[in-house]
Design a protein around this ligand. Structure first.
Ligand code: PEP
Ligand code: MG
Length: 753
């Protein structure tokens, strides 16, 4: 690269920096910049187009086109050469623009026929913000060096746009980060919340973009890269023998030592960028490629490079994850993804959580559910759009996030929160009343739990006990296998907190989506149908025995209820029960106090168990329907797969009939039956379950009020008739008929004097 060009681009950047530092209003800055670029490049025209909304570009400043056209001329993504640059995120460099595919003549701009056109995407970290264009009458193709210099300028422009340098009165563009944004995601935990953004990993803010002294910037960069290499080596040493982690770190090491990477950044510094701006330029390129790479392996490596660039930026700017910002009093956590342990550390201080990735069944979702914090997953681009401290509203009913909402949206949302609060108050007033229906049936309402943090809800919600304590959560949120003594102490505290109310401990349900961080995952072709839950417990009885011992010791003379998950056939229950009896005998021999009473049940989560021999129903001491799993196997529809998980209604006639058969079998043998899947917490579903005879339900604590209120108002005999009539008519689901019935009831109540 010629030194002359380097000096030219450095000069241009130096002048740009002066324009940036000036006190001018946003528009004046933009005007000055277009003037500077046109004169430095020897072109008649330089224009800056920025996005007005997601797919509209607006001419925001120009040197050479009609001043009247500024803020008037707009084009859609893909329209004309400018729109094409934006759509493809690629440079167009042509000496003969009118002949180029997609060319559109825009007389409204006073455009003469300019022959040459160079359009450069203005993007930051792979995100398109606008297009920078230079045009000249003379037919010439811009040289690689000129293109390169303008690319650097475009990057600086992108940074300035992000930093709000062009925000001003009236005509100027508003900064992206001050606009209202609506993001659609998927609900992983219901609830509504308002608060302020707290970024789990705050983005690095690069405010020094241009530098005069390339030698000292290069030295800073080299020093930072050396530090980075040392830190990668340290991470490798810490990773020990973990092969997967070693592999990722190998890739990190390769990038950190890549000569090409360093050389490109040094060249950018030579052109006038600061060390951090040079790193960010490479990062932007990697992000843009990441968006286009079809190959999963390549995408992963580019994402490694992205992470490495972030680390390098933190070293250069001195900004750690801790930026010194203060956590707002009403934080809504925004992150790409988060692990369960990290989420637990935040605990109940969070009002809501919004994740770019994640999944409905992820560990983070399990923890959010336990803490009853509204959670939206798959909220695309949220970490790009949100800044620390932004106002944010989470609608965990519609699966929508409002970032920096307009006042009208905010007030409508607040009405919704107020309505919920009102309903909560109504529920609080019936908290200590039993759930007895209008026809006099008593329904037992219990809560699901899994963490110590859940237990305060036992009193707050009015639950009669814990119908499902998911013990795997304690294993999932740790980085090491918990010891027997730790588990026993924890279970004992759970029983203390329950103060005599029944707690049903479910033994470890790992496998499928619940992979322990310290256990090597099995590469199973279909984990939901694989080696999980009781199957693991029976094949590797050591862990099961240890857990049973911990439970017996925790009970220490108090009653104990244990249930085994995912029992698919009688023999599995028998084997697990035998394990329990052996453990009890051994504990007695060791001199431990045995539980005063012990009941051992099973979860009915596979259709096969519904058809087990009558002897099984006689032997098992209680059954709890795990509707989440049972439904996925009944309909062969993955509970984690967004494409199918809502496809079949729980109130589908086939499924209800199947549940009725289970009720009948339990009735014949006098086996206590409950339902503990998520559907138990949905009022209409709960009502139908009670109507068909499932009168013990276990649910999220927050659902107890709404379900109880629905039961208080209902006559199960009438609901049963509605269900039977729907089935006789051949309805696919009983939901429409039940809804219609409930609506008519409400109208009737309204008509009463
Ligand atoms: C179920 O499957 O319904 C259940 C309660 O268990 P989990 O959701 O933990 O699999
Ligand atoms: Mg289950």
């Amino acid at each position: 690269m010629a030194d002359g060009i380097e000096t030219e681009s450095r000069k241009l950047l130096g002048r740009l920096r002066d324009a940036m530092a000036s006190d001018d209003a946003g528009q004046a800055r933009l005007d000055k910049i277009t003037h500077l670029i046109a004169s430095s490049m020897g072109c008649e025209v330089c224009s800056i187009y920025l996005f007005r909304d997601e797919d509209t570009l607006e001419l925001c400043a120009t040197e050479g086109l009609k001043a009247d056209a500024v803020h008037e001329t707009r084009m859609k993504m893909g329209e004309g050469l400018v729109g094409r640059v934006a759509k493809r995120k690629r440079i167009i460099n042509t000496p003969n623009a009118p002949q180029a595919p997609g060319f559109r003549f825009m007389p409204e701009t006073g455009e003469e026929l300019y022959s040459s056109f160079l359009g450069i995407p203005v993007q930051r970290l792979g995100e398109m913000l606008g297009v920078l264009v230079v045009q000249s009458k003379a037919a010439r193709e811009f040289s690689a060096d000129e293109v390169y210099a303008l690319e650097v300028v475009a990057m600086v422009l992108a940074e300035m746009t992000e930093l709000g340098a062009f925000v001003g009165e009236g005509a100027a563009m508003s900064a992206r980060h001050s606009q209202a944004v609506l993001i659609r995601g998927t609900v992983a935990q219901e609830g509504v919340a308002e608060g302020h953004v707290w970024l789990h990993e705050p983005r690095v803010v690069v405010s020094k973009l241009v530098a005069d002294d390339p030698a000292s910037e290069t030295a800073r960069l080299n020093e930072a890269v050396d530090d980075l290499r040392v830190s990668v080596d340290q991470m490798m040493a810490m990773a020990g023998g973990d092969k997967d982690q070693q592999q990722v770190l190998e890739a990190y090491r390769m990038f950190a030592n890549s000569k090409g990477w360093l050389r490109r950044m040094e060249e950018d510094i030579g052109r006038g960028l600061s060390a951090e701006a040079a790193v960010e330029k490479e990062q932007s390129l990697a992000r843009a490629r990441m968006g286009q790479a079809a190959d999963a392996y390549l995408r992963e490596r580019l994402s490694d490079l992205d992470d490495l660039s972030n680390r390098l930026l933190r070293i250069l700017t001195g900004q750690g994850s801790n930026t010194g910002a203060e956590m707002p009093t009403d934080p809504i956590l925004v992150a790409r993804n988060i692990g369960p342990a990290e989420l637990l550390e935040y605990g109940r201080s969070l009002r809501g959580i919004v994740l770019e990735g994640g999944s409905v069944g992820s560990h983070a979702a399990i923890v959010a559910r336990a803490l009853a914090i509204p959670l939206i997953v798959h909220a695309s681009r949220v970490t790009n759009d949100a800044l620390n401290g932004d106002r944010i509203m989470v609608d965990g009913e519609q699966g929508v996030v409002h970032l920096r909402p307009e006042e009208t949206v905010a007030s409508a949302f607040r009405d919704k929160i107020a309505m919920q609060a009102e309903a909560q108050e109504r529920y609080a007033s019936i908290r200590d009343k039993p759930a007895i229906t209008k026809c006099g049936t008593r329904v037992g309402l219990h809560m699901n739990a899994g963490l110590m943090a859940d237990l305060p809800s036992l009193d707050g919600s009015g639950a009669e006990g814990v119908g499902l304590f998911r013990t795997e959560l304690q294993f999932l949120v740790r980085s090491q296998m918990p010891k027997r003594s730790e588990l026993s102490a924890l279970y004992s505290r759970v029983l203390d907190a329950a103060s005599g109310k029944r707690v049903v401990f479910r033994t470890l349900d790992i496998g499928s989506d619940k992979v322990l961080p310290y256990m090597k995952p099995n590469d199973e072709p279909n984990p939901a149908l694989g080696w999980r839950a009781i199957r693991v417990g029976l094949d590797k009885p050591g862990m099961m025995r240890m857990q049973l011992q911990a439970l017996i010791r925790a009970a220490n003379g108090r009653p104990l209820s244990v249930m085994f998950p995912f029992v698919a056939q009688f023999e599995e229950y028998r084997a697990a029960r035998a394990e329990m009896d052996k453990t009890l005998a051994r504990e007695a021999r060791l001199g431990h106090v045995l539980p005063s009473q012990i009941e051992v049940g099973a979860m009915l989560e596979t259709p096969s168990l519904a058809f087990a021999p009558t002897k099984f129903f006689e032997e098992v001491e209680f059954l709890s329907i795990g509707g989440n799993d049972l439904k996925q196997f009944f309909f062969a529809a993955d509970r984690e797969n967004e494409l199918v998980r809502r496809r079949y209604d729980t109130l589908n006639v086939s499924f209800l009939t199947f549940l009725e058969n289970i009720v009948d079998r339990c009735r014949e043998t006098g086996t206590p039956l409950s339902f503990c899947g998520e559907d138990a917490g949905r009022p209409i579903e709960a009502l139908c379950f009670a109507a068909i005879g499932i009168t013990t339900l276990s649910m999220r604590p927050a659902s107890i009020g709404p379900v109880k209120s629905m039961l208080h108002r209902s006559d199960l005999g009438e609901i049963r008739e509605v269900i039977h009539a729907a089935r006789d008519r051949g309805d696919q689901s009983v939901r429409p008929a039940v809804m219609e019935y409930l609506r008519s009831q409400t109208n009737e109540v309204r008509r009463l004097p």
